[in-house]
Design a protein around this ligand. Structure first.
Ligand code: SAH
Ligand code: SF4
Length: 369
């Protein structure tokens, strides 16, 4: 299909909020709309139909979605509004989509993202690396996080399907790929669970019992291909196996900037977040990776102002930043999300002014150094 021959047809504008997984999904949504005979426009005011691929990770992200819906409706109520992504996921998975219809009656269609299957070959943004989804969902249930409710349990794509998609990206001229998932390094745990040949299916990593991941196998297969850079987001400390570190060390085309969220440097806060590792275990892991992978650098995600994060707890987070020397930190102010454990059992007790102060301390330390 050649997009340039499609002009004169109905016009769609696709707005993407959120993470790399949503960006990857939007590239398939684009293909789905081309298939329906739409062309893409660069401004929602020119569109017949606006597709909003939503994020609900924090309240601010969700409010931006409602703001956009309101603006479109005020501008021209004839523009068809289609909502997809995590907001739809949260209500759809509970069988409560009618509630969402009532909440945002301006929306004409709710499209569960699962309907835009992997059969649609993504129409990729040629300026960037090819994003390749390897799994969706998450089984971790960190106490603050809505992802397990919006995207459901972790499902891995079959390895052959992923490798074929990588091959096609290479044929289309891509030299860089990013393997995308909420917890990439538990990739294949669901597949290994159903593998009757495998006798030893579980491992205990950092106090968490896990089904064996096959991420290192997949990563090696991708790294062997003719690619300049292979990256992956997001990985979790407790699924960062020695085999994975070996594969990274062995292939120079694997990105030396590793994204390894730690969220908090305080053991008590980590426990309340339902993240199974301690500060020391995280630092030990980073130390081991630094030793084995020459030239490695790290980026991370941090939540500040989690309930009960007193000054001493915050100082532990500062200390991890100082010890690791991250290149980039994505610093998030805690926001209680309805339906999560932390929103239910903890009081959001750190004032916004203090969250802002802590945010600045870390941003100055890591991002503005
Ligand atoms: N799977 C990834 C992260 C996915 S969500 C991981 O485990 O690292 C992206 C980031 O949003 C998280 O790393 C966290 O820092 C932030 N986040 C998630 N829920 C949040 C909440 N309720 N309040 C503030 N930040 C949150
Ligand atoms: Fe959310 Fe934790 Fe899963 Fe990341 S690992 S998506 S933070 S539940």
């Amino acid at each position: 299909m050649n997009p340039s021959t499609n002009s004169g047809l109905k016009k769609v504008f696709i707005k993407t909020f959120g993470c790399a997984q949503n960006t990857a999904d939007s590239e398939r949504i684009k293909a789905y709309y081309w298939d329906k005979g739409f062309e893409e426009v660069d401004d929602w005011k020119k569109a017949d139909e606006v597709v909003i691929n939503t994020c609900v990770i924090r309240e601010t992200a969700e409010n931006r979605v409602y703001g956009l819906i309101n603006n479109i409706n005020l501008y021209d109520p004839k523009i068809k509004i289609v909502v997809t992504g995590c907001l739809v996921g949260v209500y759809d998975k509970k069988g409560k989509i009618k509630q969402l219809e009532k909440k945002i009656p301006e929306v004409n269609e709710f499209l569960p993202i699962e309907k835009v299957s992997f059969e649609w070959e993504p129409l990729r943004d040629k300026k960037k690396a090819a994003l390749i989804p390897i799994s969706s969902g998450c089984n971790n249930f960190c106490s603050y996080c809505i992802v397990p409710f919006s995207r459901g349990k972790e499902i891995s794509r079959p390895m052959e399907e992923i490798l074929k998609e990588v091959d096609r990206a290479i044929e289309n001229g891509f030299k860089d790929v990013v393997l995308v998932g909420q917890n990439v390094n538990s990739y294949g745990a669901d597949l290994s669970l159903s593998d009757s040949q495998m006798s030893d299916k579980t491992v205990v990593n950092m106090g968490k019992k896990r089904f064996r991941s096959m991420f290192h196998v997949l990563l090696e297969e991708v790294a062997k291909k003719n690619l300049e850079k292979v990256s992956f987001v997001s990985s979790n400390p407790w699924d960062f196996s020695d085999e994975l570190i070996e594969v990274i060390a062995k292939y120079e085309n694997i990105d030396r900037l590793l994204h390894l969220p730690f969220q908090s440097g305080d053991d008590r806060v980590l426990k309340n977040m339902n993240r199974s590792y301690t500060k020391q275990e995280y630092l030990d892991l980073v130390g081991k990776i630094k030793q084995k992978v020459k030239g490695v650098k790290f980026s991370t995600d941090i939540i500040i102002g989690f309930p009960g994060e007193d000054e001493a707890a915050f100082e532990n987070t500062v200390d991890v930043c100082k010890k690791v020397g991250f290149d980039i930190a994505y610093i998030n102010k805690y926001s209680p999300r309805k339906g999560t454990v932390s929103a239910k059992i903890y009081e959001n007790d750190i004032p916004m002014s203090e969250k802002k102060r802590r945010w600045k301390v870390l941003n100055d330390l890591v991002n503005l150094k």
